[in-house]
Design a protein around this ligand. Structure first.
Ligand code: SAH
Length: 221
């Protein structure tokens, strides 16, 4: 399937919609305008792809609402070439936005099935971020330090191991709080042991869960 001109127009319209809603970072808006969001969801949901709505993906997970993707991307304040770790690859859409912003993207997903399908989608669109099937609570110590870390699922507690994988001066953007709703939070690593927090509005995300889940196959027994 190739991206048609009209899909591209829809992505451009979505970017304009997000600008009206307050997204100011032109690099974020340009990325949204480029990406065929319908490729990251089930074909049956294609008609909703460019509405500013979260949508279901496999394994009971969701592709975040475009406004949330844009808002988090804006809070990351990415400079080209910066190394960013995304926790929760999901559909791969957010990773595509980060790739369009010329970041060096690492993304980790606990469901093997989502990891595999995100990889296929991203590669078919010409995006080649570093993708991993693993537990985001552990992060990727072998690839640390990261300039920025982005959580796209909500942990009950701040994942301490992730904070240790930030470079000094770098920051984590993520939804923190209980299961019922979270505050978008920025945690900046000010020095080796010192961190500073600020809050940026209310959101609701799917929970960040411990451990990994393997591909399930339907075997005849
Ligand atoms: N960024 C995604 C949003 C996916 S929703 C997108 O653009 O589509 C959040 C994702 O986080 C889900 O796919 C969920 O499986 C994943 N997740 C939850 N806990 C995790 C963990 N501990 N490690 C890695 N991924 C996790």
């Amino acid at each position: 399937m190739t991206t048609t001109q009209s899909d591209n127009k829809k992505a451009q319209r979505l970017a304009r919609d997000l600008k009206r809603k307050g997204i100011k970072d032109e690099r974020v808006l340009a990325a949204i305008a480029q990406i065929p969001r319908e490729r990251f969801i089930d074909e049956e949901l294609a008609e909703y792809a460019y509405l500013d709505r979260p949508l279901p993906i496999e394994k009971g997970q969701t592709i975040s609402q475009p406004y949330t993707v844009a808002y988090q991307s804006q809070l990351l304040g990415l400079k080209p070439g910066e190394k960013v770790l995304e926790v929760g690859t999901g559909s791969g859409y957010q990773a595509a936005v980060l790739c369009e912003m010329e970041a060096d993207v690492y993304s980790i997903e606990r469901y093997q099935q989502l990891y595999l399908s995100a990889k296929e989608t991203l590669n078919s669109l010409g995006y080649h971020p570093h993708l991993f099937h693993g537990d985001g609570f552990e992060g990727l110590p072998e690839h640390a330090p990261f300039d920025k870390i982005l959580l796209t699922a909500a942990p009950v507690e701040v994942p301490k191991k992730l904070l240790q994988q930030l470079r000094i001066g770098g920051w984590l953007v993520g939804p923190l709080g209980g299961r019922m709703g979270q505050k978008m939070t920025i945690i900046t690593r000010v020095s080796e042991e010192e961190f500073r927090e600020s809050e940026h509005g209310d959101f609701i995300f799917v929970p960040m869960q411990k451990g990994i889940a393997m591909l399930t196959t339907k075997n005849c027994r």
